[in-house]
Design a protein around this ligand. Structure first.
Ligand SMILES: CC(C)(COP(=O)(O)OP(=O)(O)OC[C@H]1O[C@@H](n2cnc3c(N)ncnc32)[C@H](O)[C@@H]1OP(=O)(O)O)[C@@H](O)C(=O)NCCC(=O)NCCS
Length: 143
């Protein structure tokens, strides 16, 4: 017997429909946000744009963006279920966000790459800030 899997679809996140699945994607990647779903929900609600990758009814990926709507967009939390990584889902999620804030209108698109994810962003055409003689600064609890 052959099992036919539904296609992966990228759609705007609808928290009533997708929130449980979004938390599961964070949890499956062992991101601490999953331990505090209320704060995560607030973060997504206050983001400018959030998208999910779905396979049928299941959420298999998530990403969000925060923007001033004119010059800058900050991309955050790109996550794909571990068992479905390296199948092009992350690329589709990032493309959806970057297309929403095109370089024809926006001055810069920026993100902080997790350790190990640098190659992914390079593959998508993003460039480390150091390449422009710029330095990114950060304060984080993860130091
Ligand atoms: C990083 C992540 C979102 C990538 O999603 P994905 O669906 O596996 O990536 P894709 O399959 O769309 O990969 C797109 C391209 O990047 C490459 N790539 C993916 N992950 C990579 C990595 N960690 N290092 C180097 N290249 C990578 C793929 O091989 C593919 O290359 P191609 O253009 O030759 O086909 C996913 O691995 C993930 O959820 N990781 C855990 C959470 C995380 O660290 N997120 C990043 C937050 S900054």
């Amino acid at each position: 017997m052959t099992t036919v899997r539904p296609p992966i679809t990228i759609v705007e996140a609808d928290l009533d429909r997708h929130f449980t699945g979004i938390v599961e994607v964070y949890r499956a990647n062992e991101w601490s946000h999953a331990q505090n779903p209320e704060r995560l929900r607030t973060a997504i609600e206050l983001s400018s744009y959030a998208v999910v990758a779905t396979e049928g009814e299941q959420v298999v990926g998530f990403a969000r963006a925060m923007s001033d709507g004119a010059f800058a967009v900050y991309i955050a939390d790109i996550l794909v279920l571990p068992e479905l990584q390296r199948q092009g889902i992350g690329r589709s999620l990032v493309k959806e966000l970057l297309d929403r804030y095109p370089m024809e209108r926006f001055h810069h698109q920026v993100l902080v790459a997790e350790r190990g994810a640098e190659g992914f962003y390079r593959r998508l055409g993003l460039v480390p800030v150091g390449s422009f003689g710029l330095t990114a600064f950060i304060r984080t609890r993860d130091q």
